[in-house]
Design a protein around this ligand. Structure first.
Ligand SMILES: NC(=O)c1ccc[n+]([C@@H]2O[C@H](COP(=O)([O-])OP(=O)(O)OC[C@H]3O[C@@H](n4cnc5c(N)ncnc54)[C@H](OP(=O)(O)O)[C@@H]3O)[C@@H](O)[C@H]2O)c1
Length: 293
């Protein structure tokens, strides 16, 4: 049985959908999810997915949630650093005690740096905990979600300046949905050749270039402006983001500026069988004006 954690989240739910699409036979009792609120996974239960309650902050819930799982797709949680580190360690220990044979963990680019970005520090710790656990595991390091561009370019789309502290650094973006597709493929693979897969776009691009491409597609000007990281963090806090998260994003874009999110690999294609969508294709999906139906 394959068990996916975090299946009420945006990535976890898409992983489950791709698993079902690729292997419908799993619905005959071989697919389970663990979520904090089972009522929100009713649709999955109706389709034949075993829905279990599990909270990484409550280890006793995980013993029940993970029982009988052979493969665990462990989706990283959100929240401040210390909380996530403890949660991930709880989940790994519970998986080991439940006899899980293989853990597939959704990590983050930069997790192997000597001094990883604030967001990647958690993943570095979790990768180390997996190595110490003795449980066979595969690490899938995700690049930045292309979907988040929609938040960076204000949701009302009226903004004409994309302000980020990313300097001249390039990023390789992939949509959440495609990342989920690759993770589902990895979870179903009879054999995985690598211990660490790094999922990136086909190519990387600088934010000045990304802004120009968005402008072309939406038919409205958009230019990139590099801003000081402290101004960016203050702005996010003024707009209601928790201080820890604002600081973590500021740190991440600083590292983008250092070129640490620019790498590209062929790992997506190795898992899925074809490359991920091009940046232009993604931008078109997110920004092309919709014809009223
Ligand atoms: N690569 C990137 O650009 C990027 C961007 C944002 C986030 N991330 C990371 O990727 C993860 C998945 O992304 P997403 O888009 O699905 O985020 P999301 O929609 O905000 O979902 C958050 C996920 O965290 C889980 N979670 C939170 N607290 C938990 C706890 N105490 N116990 C168990 N699970 C808990 C949730 O599980 P439930 O199903 O129980 O709600 C949910 O699956 C995030 O949590 C974060 O670590 C990566």
């Amino acid at each position: 049985m394959i068990l996916v954690t975090g299946a009420n989240g945006q990535l976890g739910r898409r992983i489950v959908q791709h698993l079902i699409a690729r292997a419908p036979a799993l619905l005959g009792g071989q697919l389970a999810v663990s979520v904090r609120d089972p009522a929100r996974a009713d649709d999955l239960a109706r389709r034949g997915v075993h829905v279990r309650q599990g909270d990484f902050s409550q280890p006793e819930s995980l013993a029940r949630a993970f029982a009988g799982a052979e493969r665990l797709v462990m989706v990283s949680t959100d929240g401040p650093r210390a909380l996530r580190i403890a949660q991930h360690r709880n989940a790994i220990q519970a998986a080991r005690e439940a006899g899980v044979r293989h853990i597939l963990y959704t990590s983050f680019m930069d997790a192997d740096a000597a001094a990883p970005t604030e967001l990647a520090v958690v993943h570095k710790d979790t990768e180390a905990a997996l190595a110490d656990s003795g449980v066979a595991h595969t690490i899938v390091r995700n690049t930045l979600y292309a979907d988040d561009l929609c938040l960076q370019v204000a949701p009302d789309m009226q903004q004409d300046v994309l302000r980020l502290p990313a300097g001249d650094g390039a990023v390789s973006l992939v949509s959440r949905n495609e990342l989920a597709q690759a993770i589902a493929a990895a979870a179903l693979a009879p054999r995985l050749d690598k211990r660490v897969y790094t999922l990136t776009g086909q190519a990387s691009a600088r934010y000045a270039d990304i802004a120009a491409r968005i402008a072309r597609v939406r038919g409205k000007p958009l230019r990139y402006q590099d801003v000081p990281v402290d101004d960016y963090i203050r702005d996010l806090i003024d707009h209601g983001l928790p201080a820890w998260f604002a600081a973590a994003l500021g740190d991440m874009f600083r590292c983008v500026g250092e070129g640490r999110f620019a790498a590209t690999t062929c790992d997506f294609a190795a898992l899925v069988g074809h490359p991920p969508k091009s940046l232009d294709c993604l931008i078109h999906e997110f920004y092309a004006p919709r014809n009223p139906s």
